[in-house]
Structures are given as structure tokens and as C-alpha cells.
Design a protein around this ligand. Structure first.
Ligand code: ADP
Length: 398
């Protein structure tokens, strides 16, 4: 086995990973991907090779109780599979890069100090991203690590889209709209010229609909606005997050109902959205077949918000030429895509129902004014590309 690069996406209860072979002629080859989930409860490691064959599906012992222990467990698995092959570098998904990091960066102690300061802006992601980086620094201090941010791709917003109209001292302290899911949007923008050249250079709305969800307005492949803002709480209704919310609600929870900041944080990040409306699940796969009125209402609200925000970004773009669905729901649910497209038909979207039902790539009719697509995202490949570019790995291949 050759040397490889590792891509990590570390969360509160899971550590997702991809192993990429040293790039050959500029192209990264996926060797394996997998995750450790159930960290702190019942940890399991599952992994598949690049063709989907199962490499591992096993329980881990209870010592895998946090992100650091998960990195150790992954290290053992990698050694058992790849022997003495060298880790060329580790690329991390880091949710928040703040105003400072407008591109991926090689991680140093100084960079880490900056990233720790952003924890309050992404309390449910950033600490876990950083814990994995720290553990690898301890275990493999000579291996270079790269942070790739969900925010960087949106640094191209015009200043008016970055603005949160609060007093200047707050704005200079970093209160502005950043946008997220940037690695996903960057990947989509990178493949559009090949897959859908007729819209790549035009006005495109990308709908990243997963357990976290947002929309991005691309103009000529560049992000000019999106629905997430200062934190990953704004915009669309998500699995457990409410999306756009009158800030007065937060004041009321705090002042009127006497909830603590921590309780409010838990409500906003973990107990709202689809889960709260349905009372059943945060997972669209559970809600779609469910007959309960509240499950139907949750889906109705999800679609309503998506269509409303598509209208808003259409205004920002002054028209729409293309719509792209991606991520878990966007890639896999013809029903949700159909409902969002129907609700947005006034923009000139004409769905090809057969193509949509078959999860084909182009799902609009040839006459449709807005050309509509399903494109699987690949944030991990984007991280591998950035890591390779920053570490000079592409040039290292003869
Ligand atoms: P994450 O934001 O965690 O990376 P994903 O992009 O993988 O999420 O999306 C996960 C979500 O995708 C799940 O919560 C589920 O609601 C949704 N999903 C996956 N497959 C389907 C499907 N076939 N139909 C509807 N929803 C789906």
C-alpha cells in the first residue's frame, strides 16, 4: 500500500474519515471511507472500500468515549489495514474559519489559538474538530495537518450580504454573516462546468439539504449569498435546528421563561426543526412515510421554508438559470425535490417527473426555464484536493 492522505470530519458523536491514495496525475483516488459512530455510548467502526465493499463493521470497547479516543481507535484500524504506509497529511473539516481564514490553512499552534476563539460561534462542531487536530498533533507531530473551513467559500459575498446591522463595535468584533456548507458548494461549483456547462457560468441556486440544510446563490461559480449566517442556525428548517428565527424569541426564552443560555443552546441546536414539529424524528426518511399530522406539518414547513428562501435568493441573483439539489435529502428524496420544485414553479422550473423519480442527474424538462439537477456532493474530495494543494502533494508525483 502506498502513502496516503487522511480526511477527517469530527463531530460530537462521530468521526468520519476517508483515506485517499497519493494523487496520481492530479487525481485523488479514494481507497476507503468510514466512520466511528456512537462515541460515548456504543462505539462502532464501519468502513468500506472505494467500491462499497465492507472492510469493517465492528463494535469498539467502551474506552472510545470521546473524540480523542476515537482518533486513537481509528489509528489502530489504519495501522492494521495499511501497515507501515506513511500518512502524507491530514485534512480536516473545520466548521468555522471566522473572518480571518478565507482559504484552507496549514495548522500551527497560532492557527489553533485563533480557531479556539471561534468555538462560541459553532459550539456543536468546532470543539470536536479541534480535539481531533490536537490528538493527531500529539500522536503524529510530524504529520502536517490542514484545516478546510465551511465558511471560506463565502468570503466572496459582497459586503452588503455580509452585514448584520448591529452597532459597529459588535460588527468589528466579528458579528457578520459568514455562511456554511462551503466545502459542499465549492465542490458543486467545481463540477458544474463538466456536468452542466449551460448553467455553470450563470445564476444558480444550490440546495444542500441534509440534516443541516442551506441554500447558496452562485453567480458564475462564485458565492454571493446563502441562507446560513453568523452561525449554522439561520435560514432553512433543519433536522434539529429551527432555521430563521425572530431574535425576540431567544430574548423571551431567556428573560420571559428564565431558561439558561445552555438550555437555549440545546433547544436551538438539538431539539428544534423537523424533530420539534413532528415530535417523531429529525430524519426525513422517518417522516415521509409517517401518517401523523405533525409529521406532515414538519415536511410542509421544510418545503415552505426552502421555497421561500429560493425566492429570496432568486431576488439576490436577479433571476435563476439553474437549481441543484445535493446532500442526503437533496440527493435521495424525489418527493421533497418535487414538492420544492412545485412550490417554486413560478420561477419557471418544469420538473421531468420520470427523471426525478429515477434520481437522474438532470431532472427538469428540456423546455424548463430553470435547468434543475441532482448532483451528489463530495466534501471529503474537496478537503483532499485542498490538503494536497497546500502540502504540495500533487507536485510530489513524478
Ligand atoms: P449531514 O448533514 O449529517 O452530513 P447528510 O447530507 O448525510 O447529512 O443527510 C442526512 C439526512 O439525509 C438524513 O437525516 C435524512 O433525513 C436524509 N436522507 C437520506 N436518505 C434519504 C432518503 N432516501 N429520503 C429522504 N431523506 C433522506
Amino acid at each position: 500500500m502506498d502513502d496516503y492522505a487522511l480526511v477527517l470530519n469530527s463531530g460530537s458523536s462521530s468521526l468520519k474519515f476517508c483515506v485517499f491514495m497519493r494523487p496520481y496525475q492530479g487525481a485523488w483516488q479514494l481507497e476507503s471511507r468510514g466512520q466511528i459512530d456512537g462515541i460515548g455510548t456504543s462505539p462502532r467502526l464501519s468502513a468500506r472500500d472505494s467500491l462499497g465493499g465492507i472492510l469493517s463493521h465492528s463494535s469498539l470497547d467502551d474506552t472510545v468515549c470521546d473524540g480523542r479516543a476515537a482518533v486513537d481507535a481509528l489509528g489502530s484500524w489504519l495501522r492494521s489495514r495499511y501497515g507501515d504506509a506513511r500518512v502524507l497529511g491530514v485534512g480536516h473539516r473545520v466548521v468555522h474559519g471566522g473572518a480571518k481564514f478565507d482559504r484552507p490553512v496549514l495548522i500551527t499552534r497560532e492557527v489553533l489559538v485563533d480557531l479556539y476563539q471561534l468555538i462560541p460561534l459553532a459550539p456543536l462542531h468546532q470543539p470536536y474538530n479541534l480535539a481531533a487536530i490536537e490528538r493527531i498533533r500529539e500522536r503524529m507531530p510530524d504529520v502536517p495537518q490542514v484545516a478546510c473551513f465551511d465558511t471560506s467559500f463565502h468570503q466572496t459575498y459582497p459586503s452588503v450580504a455580509k452585514l448584520i446591522p448591529l452597532p459597529k463595535d459588535l460588527r468589528t468584533a466579528g458579528v457578520q454573516r459568514y455562511g456554511f456548507h462551503g466545502l459542499s458548494y465549492e465542490y458543486i461549483a467545481s463540477v458544474l462546468p463538466g456536468l452542466a456547462p449551460e448553467i455553470a457560468g450563470k445564476r444558480v441556486i444550490v440546495a444542500h439539504l441534509g440534516s443541516g440544510a442551506s441554500l447558496c446563490a452562485l453567480k458564475n461559480g462564485v458565492s454571493i449569498d446563502s441562507t446560513l449566517g453568523f452561525t449554522a442556525l439561520d435560514g432553512l428548517c433543519m433536522g434539529t435546528r429551527p432555521g430563521a428565527l425572530d431574535p425576540g424569541v431567544v430574548l423571551y426564552l431567556y428573560q420571559g421563561l428564565g431558561l439558561s443560555a445552555k438550555e437555549i443552546e440545546t433547544i436551538l441546536y438539538k431539539k428544534s426543526g423537523l424533530l420539534a414539529i413532528s415530535g417523531i424524528s429529525n430524519d426525513m426518511r422517518d417522516l415521509l412515510p409517517a401518517g401523523e399530522p405533525d409529521a406532515k406539518l414538519a415536511i410542509q414547513y421544510f418545503v415552505y421554508r426552502a421555497a421561500k428562501e429560493i425566492g429570496s435568493l432568486a431576488a439576490v441573483l436577479a433571476g435563476v438559470d439553474g437549481l441543484v439539489f445535493t446532500a442526503g435529502i437533496g440527493e435521495n428524496s424525489p418527493e421533497i425535490r418535487k414538492r420544492i420544485c412545485d412550490a417554486s414553479s413560478w420561477l419557471g422550473i418544469e420538473l421531468d417527473t420520470q427523471a426525478n423519480s429515477n434520481n437522474r442527474s438532470r431532472i427538469s424538462t428540456l423546455q424548463s426555464k430553470v435547468s434543475t439537477w441532482v448532483i451528489p456532493t463530495n466534501e471529503e474530495l474537496m478537503i483532499a484536493r485542498h490538503t494536497g494543494a497546500l502540502l504540495g502533494l500533487l507536485q510530489a508525483v513524478a
